[in-house]
Write a protein that binds this ligand. Structure first.
Ligand code: IVH
Length: 715
């Protein structure tokens, strides 16, 4: 709400127009400037620290969306300011997504089938794609306004990235200004920053000679070079950039993906010259084979081939799932393999109590990276049996001393592909999976049908408690600068600092200052400055977005995506918490409401509800939240959408689009699609053959639309 001087109500900011944002920015800037004067010059603060920080964050968020607001006058000091300790955050105008992965040829024909089905296209209707190498670097979004580069941002979590504009300006492949005619007023170009093999080798040689840090592979080198606080270091690193996608544009680049790539080239970008147009899966697979055959001589790393629907109108109809587009897929190259000896099996206890077996290996190089650990998944996997105890066909049991073939694909933890039984030592015995938690000696049990054995110790198991805390401070959760895994382990065991549960983090400074001896700042590895920074970082996190808080709780099955879905649906902590408290797993209106959320299944829902009903868990959550100001969720809503926030039910046959497309369109426009009609339904969209739902709607007075009326409503 403009004019609010506490900075507490940022929920509407994301929906502001440029003019409104400019007004709000000016107003908040005035308040901050006045507060600065009161604080620094008069020593008489007019705002609490939390309010001051909240306003600053609102300003930064506004500048993230409208970079033109980040002038040298802005109190955020984003322009011409001394290098900050971290990069400023940038909220992407259009989310930066990842890609669904495929490994087998059959998955590519499935991809084509799925798209045809979604669009209601017959098996023989033309459907063209593009194929292009998947560059193994890091993605970057470049925002141009009137042809000039105004902002460069890393992908971050897809919603919010880091502002690396000064660094991007040092990359020769990134044009500024754009070239040619008819340049769109706003254009966000997306692509991959990478380093060539030759440049990587030369950089590592230089680093070694000067005693600097060497990099494991070109991608790490590119990431490390782009994320330098001092742009002159980035300038000295030979980074390159391929453009392959776009975000916000004020005018369409072309009618097709291939046309858009050609247009990006005209504007001055490097695009990959192996990109081609293909008529169907057979052509795509032929392109894949060709690109794979040439991989070794390309001079830079690629890890697969990306296929995209060529027609941009079809791309628009296909839209997105929560984190990936329906119109694209990455066909990855097979993983790299190597044989080595399994020296030991360790059991790690995770935050949900899961006992995970890890293979300790004789170190071996796989695709240029030294591998010493691999996942062994669970006890059945090691035994080569399923959860009913029956031998899995073709699977071998894995024993300490065995020679195993390890593989890694992309960033994932290395896995074991095969066991060489001919080299099994004569004295090797089957592995006995522990029945007790190796950390706390509590019983470790398996629920029927679950392949995972879990420690029953809960937060009294130190390993679970520490893992929960590590998860809590991790990057997608509270992301507290200076409080990582190492510090958590140290504070957990410390008799004075005693960080045993998340709430303790917010009383850490108080415990430290109450303790006359052994102040943190005097301990090894700490100092006055780092401790001050740590405590400040903790203070800053007393205000936390709802989705981060939900994710941070470490509830089983609730990852980042689910946390975002829950936050978007319930909007405020109060609504979320009270609904979960009132809900019973399996039935009732709250349960219905929860499981109606697209992407929330009954397993996830039951896990959340149970967590809120476990006394100890619940008390811990309450103790934590007492320290926090939880920012409401600001779902991205298409401005001007007539159905944002409305609940829609579909019934009967739709003729102009498939049910899947209708549902996805409604959700993309900010509506909720429910399975059954209730008093809270806003619209029932009824095609021919509508049955009981139409009767329910009539009884409850819910507005009923036919397909054409619906299409008119959503434009
Ligand atoms: S398209 C909405 N094309 O792969 C789709 N991505 O695994 C946007 N990548 O985050 C991505 N080469 O960093 C696309 N030719 C290419 C790519 C490519 C590399 C990366 C990109 C993305 C990741 C997804």
């Amino acid at each position: 709400m403009a004019g609010n001087d506490t900075g507490e109500e940022p929920k509407a900011d994301a929906a502001l127009t440029a003019v409104e944002a400019g007004r709000l920015h000016a107003e908040l800037s005035r308040i901050v400037t006045e507060a600065n004067r009161a604080y620094f010059a008069e020593d008489a603060p007019i705002l609490s620290d939390a309010d001051y920080d909240a306003i600053k964050r609102r300003l930064l968020a506004l500048e993230g969306r409208f970079p033109g607001l980040a002038t040298s006058e802005s109190p955020t000091g984003q322009v011409g300011a001394a290098p900050s300790e971290t990069f400023a955050k940038v909220r992407h105008a259009v989310r930066m997504l990842s890609l669904e992965n495929a490994f087998e040829d059959a998955e590519i024909t499935d991809f084509d089938d799925r798209i045809r089905k979604y669009l209601g296209l017959g098996a023989h209707a033309p459907l063209a794609f593009t194929a292009e190498p998947k560059i193994d670097g890091l993605s970057l979004s470049l925002r141009y306004e009137n042809g000039r580069l105004v902002q460069a941002a890393t992908r971050g979590d897809g919603e919010t990235g880091e502002n690396v504009t000064a660094n991007a300006r040092t990359i020769a492949d990134i044009p500024d200004p754009l070239q040619g005619a008819d340049i769109p007023a706003v254009l966000e170009v997306r692509g991959e920053v990478y380093m060539s093999h030759a440049d990587f080798a030369a950089l590592n040689a230089r680093q070694q000679a000067t005693g600097g840090k060497t990099f494991a592979n070109p991608r790490n080198a590119a990431a490390g070079s782009l994320r330098q606080l001092d742009p002159s270091i980035t300038a000295a690193r030979p980074l390159k950039f391929f453009a392959y996608a776009w975000g916000e544009t004020s005018a369409p680049l072309a009618a097709s993906q291939s046309g858009a790539i050609a247009r990006l080239q005209e504007l001055g970008f490097q695009t990959n010259d192996l990109t081609l147009r293909a008529e169907g899966p057979a052509d795509l697979l032929a392109a894949y084979r060709r690109i794979e055959a040439g991989r070794a001589t390309l001079g830079y790393d690629i890890d697969g081939v990306v296929y995209k629907v060529d027609d941009l109108a079809l791309q628009a109809r296909l839209g997105f799932r929560s984190t990936t587009p329906r119109w694209a897929i990455a066909h990855k190259f097979p993983a790299q393999l190597a044989w080595t000896r399994l020296e030991a099996i360790d059991i790690q206890v995770g935050r949900t109590g899961a006992l995970s077996p890890v293979a300790r290996l004789l170190p071996v190089t796989v695709g240029g990276v030294v591998v010493q650990n691999a996942t062994l998944h669970n006890e059945d996997y090691i035994a080569g049996r399923d959860s009913r105890g029956e031998a899995i066909r073709g699977a071998k049991d894995i024993r300490i001393g065995d020679w195993v073939q390890v593989y890694r694909a992309g960033d994932v933890i290395p896995k074991i592909a095969d066991v060489d039984l001919s080299r099994r030592p004569a004295d090797a015995v089957p592995y006995e999976f522990p029945r007790l938690c190796p950390e706390c000696r509590s019983d470790a049990v398996r629920e029927p049908g679950d392949s995972v054995r879990r420690c029953t110790g809960g937060m009294s198991c130190p390993a679970q408690a520490v893992e929960k805390l590590k998860h809590f401070v991790s990057r997608a959760a509270f992301d507290i600068e200076g409080l990582g895994a190492k510090q958590i382990e140290m504070f957990f065991d410390d008799p004075v600092l005693r960080v045993r549960e998340p709430a303790d983090i917010f009383t850490l400074a108080a415990r430290d200052s109450a303790n006359p001896l052994q102040k943190l700042k005097n301990r090894d590895g700490f100092g006055e400055r780092s401790v001050a920074n740590l405590f400040r970082a903790i203070e800053e996190r007393r205000t936390i977005p709802l989705n981060r808080l939900i994710f941070a709780l470490g509830i089983r099955h609730v990852g980042e995506t689910a946390a975002q879905l829950l936050a978007n649906h319930y909007r405020t902590w109060e609504a979320f918490e009270s609904t979960m408290t009132a809900a019973t797993a399996g039935s009732g209106p709250e349960w219905q409401d929860l499981t109606d959320i697209n992407g929330v299944g009954s397993v996830l829902a039951a896990s959340v509800v149970t967590t809120f009903h476990q006394e100890a868990e619940r008390a811990m959550i309450d103790r934590l939240v007492a320290h926090l100001t939880v920012q409401p969720a600001v779902p991205r809503v298409v401005s001007g959408s007539a159905i944002a926030g409305k609940t829609v039910v579909f019934t009967g046959t739709l003729e102009k689009m498939t049910r899947a497309e209708a549902k996805a369109r409604a959700e993309a426009l900010g509506a909720r699609v429910a399975g059954s009609v209730s008093a809270r339904t806003d619209f029932l969209v009824a095609g021919p053959g509508a049955g009981s739902k139409a009767k329910d709607a009539a009884r409850l007075g819910v507005r009923v639309l036919d397909e054409d009326e619906w299409l008119a409503l959503i434009g």
